[in-house]
Design a protein around this ligand. Structure first.
Ligand code: NAD
Length: 518
C-alpha cells in the first residue's frame, strides 16, 4: 500500500451552537416531555420522570416522563387499533404508495428540522458534528432504500401451487401487527430509522423504546410523524428505563415482534421473556471487532486508519476495532503509529471545534471502561497508553484517555466489548495465527484485513466468523448488504438494511384450499 498523501484524521467536531428550537422542545413549557401514544402526549400514570443530560457537561437537557405498564398497555391498544383500523382503513391495508408518501413527508420534516436532530445527537448523544451530520443522512438513505424494497416485495397472496386434483396451496405474506423497536443510546437517529422504515413500510404499527440516555431524537421524530400525517397509533414513542418500560414491552403479549439493538446480555434476557408468550425477536448486538494487519501493510497509513476506526464515536460503535493482530515484522512501527495517533486525539467537549474524543455517555460506562483498562493490565497486557480519567477545562463530563495495550497470543486481556477508544495489539507470526485468534472471540460483528494483496485479503476476510468482513476498510455499512452479527453479536433474522430485513417484519402463512366435499 503506497503511503497516502491525504491526511487520515479522527472524526472531528465543528463548533455547534444549540438552536433555540431544540431548547424550546426540551423545555416543553415547563412540563416533562411525555411519551407519544395514539397521537397524544402522555405523561404517565406513575408520575415518574427522569432527566436526560449532556454527557460532556452533565447539563440537564430535559425532563422526560417514564412510561410504565399502563402506558405500554395503552400504546399496544392504540397500535393494535391503528393496525386493524377502527371504522376506517387500518395501517395494514393502506396502499404501499400511501405509506411511502407519508414516509417521504417524515423524511422532509426531519431535513427541515435537521438542526434540532443534530442537537439531539450532539448534545444528548455526545457526538462530534462530523459523525452526527453523517448519521442524519441515514434518515433519507434508509427511507429511500426501504421504499424501493416495499414496492418490490409482494405482500399478500403468493403464486398458487396445485397440490392434488382437489387441492391448491399458496403462501400469504402479512405484517406482524404491533412491532417494538428497542434502541440503544449510541446511534439513536440511525437506529430509529433502521427500525421504523422497514417496519412501517411492511404495514406494521410501531412502538419505539429509545434508550434512557438518549430519548430526545425519538420523541422529536414522533412529533414530526404527527405533523407528517401518520394516523394516530401508527407510531408511538415510549421513553423509560430498560428494566421498567423495556421489560413491560417484552412482557406484553400484544407485541408480536421485537427488534432489539443493544448488548448481548440484555438481548438474551429479553429473548427469554419473549419466548414465554411467543413474541418473535430479532437481535443486533455488541461486538469486539478485530483487524488483521499483514506484513505488506504500510504502518503510517494503516496504523492511522485502524486508529480512526477504533475511535469512531470514541469507540462507542458496535463494530469498532478493539483487537488488532499485526504481523510481527511491522508490529513495532505499527504500535508507534497507533500510539501517536491516539495521543494526538484532541480530547474535549463534543460541541467545541476540533474535538475528536469527547465524553462517554454516562458515569456507569466511565466506571466500566476504567475497570476494563485496569483489568487489561492485570491480565498481562503491556500498557502502551494506560488510559485513565481525562480533564476538560470548564466541563464536568465523563472524559477518559485512550488506552492501547501490547499483548501476545494466549494473553486474554481484552475478552469483552469495551465501549471506548481502547485496543489491544497482538504481534503474530502468520495470517493464519491472526485469524484463529480473531475468531476465538464469542462476538462476531465486524472484522477487517489490511493488505496490499487484495485477493489474499478477500480470502482471509471470508474466513472471519463475523457478520461483516472487510478488506482495507472497516465500519462500512451499505443498504442492500446485510448488517448483522454471528455468535453472541446477533440473533435470528437477516440483519439490517437488506431485503431480508423487510421480510423479518412480515410473516408468511401457508393457505391450503380444497373444493367443498360432495
Ligand atoms: P443495552 O443493552 O444496555 O440497552 C439497549 C436498550 O435495551 C435500551 O433501550 C435499554 O433501555 C433497553 N433495555 C435494557 N434492559 C432491558 C430489559 N430488561 N428489557 C427490555 N429492554 C431493556 O445497550 P446500550 O448500552 O444502550 O447500547 C450499547 C450496546 O448496543 C453495545 O453492546 C453495542 O455494541 C450495541 N449495539 C449494537 C448495534 C448493532 O447493530 N449490532 C448497534 C448499536 C449498538
Amino acid at each position: 500500500m503506497a503511503t497516502t498523501t491525504t491526511p487520515i484524521n479522527a472524526l472531528t467536531a465543528a463548533a455547534f451552537a444549540t438552536p433555540e428550537k431544540f431548547t424550546a422542545f426540551c423545555a416543553n413549557g415547563g412540563q416533562p416531555l411525555g411519551g407519544i401514544i395514539g397521537g397524544k402526549r402522555i405523561s404517565g400514570s406513575m408520575n415518574a420522570t427522569f432527566q436526560t443530560t449532556d454527557p460532556g457537561s452533565q447539563e440537564v437537557l430535559a425532563t422526560v416522563s417514564e412510561m410504565g405498564e399502563a402506558e405500554v398497555s395503552h400504546a399496544v391498544d392504540a397500535a393494535t387499533q391503528a393496525f386493524h383500523g377502527n371504522g376506517s382503513q387500518g395501517w395494514r391495508d393502506v396502499a404501499v404508495e400511501e405509506r411511502i408518501a407519508l414516509v417521504n413527508r417524515l423524511v422532509e420534516l426531519c431535513e427541515r428540522d435537521q438542526e434540532v436532530l443534530l442537537a439531539c445527537e450532539i448534545r444528548d448523544g455526545g457526538k462530534v458534528s462530523e459523525l452526527a451530520e453523517g448519521d442524519l443522512t441515514q434518515i433519507r438513505a434508509c427511507a429511500e432504500y426501504f421504499c424501493d424494497v416495499a414496492r418490490k416485495i409482494p405482500m399478500g397472496d403468493g403464486p398458487a401451487t396445485q397440490i392434488s386434483d382437489e387441492m391448491t396451496g399458496a403462501t400469504y405474506r402479512e405484517p406482524w401487527g404491533v412491532v417494538a423497536g428497542i434502541i440503544p443510546w449510541n446511534y439513536p437517529v440511525v437506529l430509529t430509522s433502521w427500525f421504523i422504515f422497514p417496519a412501517l413500510l411492511a404495514g406494521n404499527t410501531v412502538l419505539i423504546k429509545p434508550a434512557e440516555d438518549t430519548p430526545l431524537s425519538a420523541l422529536y421524530i414522533g412529533q414530526l410523524a404527527e405533523e407528517a400525517g401518520f394516523p394516530p397509533g401508527v407510531i408511538n414513542v415510549l421513553p423509560g428505563r430498560g428494566e421498567i418500560t423495556g421489560q413491560c414491552i417484552a412482557e406484553h403479549p400484544g407485541v408480536r415482534y421485537i427488534s432489539f439493538t443493544g448488548s448481548p446480555g440484555v438481548g438474551q434476557s429479553i429473548l427469554r421473556t419473549c419466548d414465554r408468550h411467543g413474541t418473535r425477536m430479532k437481535r443486533e448486538m455488541g461486538g469486539n471487532g478485530s483487524a488483521i494487519v499483514l506484513a505488506d501493510a504500510d504502518p503510517p497509513v494503516v496504523g492511522r486508519l485502524v486508529g480512526r476506526h477504533t475511535n469512531q464515536h470514541y469507540g462507542q460503535t458496535c463494530c469498532t476495532i478493539h483487537r488488532v493482530f499485526v504481523d510481527a515484522k511491522i508490529a513495532d512501527d505499527f504500535i508507534d503509529v497507533q500510539r501517536d495517533f491516539f495521543t494526538g486525539l484532541k480530547i474535549g467537549y463534543q460541541a467545541d471545534e476540533g474535538t475528536q474524543l469527547g465524553a462517554v455517555v454516562n458515569s456507569t460506562q466511565r466506571r466500566r471502561i476504567l475497570q476494563a483498562q485496569q483489568e487489561a493490565a492485570a491480565r498481562g497486557g503491556q500498557p502502551i497508553l494506560a488510559g485513565g480519567p481525562a480533564e476538560v477545562s470548564g466541563r464536568d463530563g465523563f472524559y477518559l484517555k485512550p488506552a492501547l495495550f501490547r499483548t501476545t497470543p494466549g494473553v486474554e486481556c481484552n475478552p469483552a466489548e469495551v465501549f471506548h477508544t481502547f485496543a489491544t495489539v497482538c504481534p503474530v507470526d502468520s495470517a493464519e495465527e491472526a485469524l484463529a485468534l480473531a475468531n476465538s472471540s464469542p462476538y462476531g460483528l465486524g472484522a477487517s484485513v489490511w493488505t496490499q494483496d487484495v485477493e489474499r485479503g478477500i480470502a482471509l476476510a471470508k474466513q472471519f466468523r463475523d457478520g461483516t468482513c472487510q478488506v482495507n476498510c472497516h465500519n462500512s455499512i451499505a443498504y442492500g448488504l446485510p448488517y448483522g452479527g454471528q455468535g453472541i453479536s446477533g440473533g435470528p433474522g437477516g440483519g439490517v438494511n437488506c431485503e431480508d430485513t423487510f421480510l423479518d417484519y412480515t410473516q408468511v402463512k401457508a393457505v391450503y384450499v380444497s373444493a367443498y366435499p360432495g
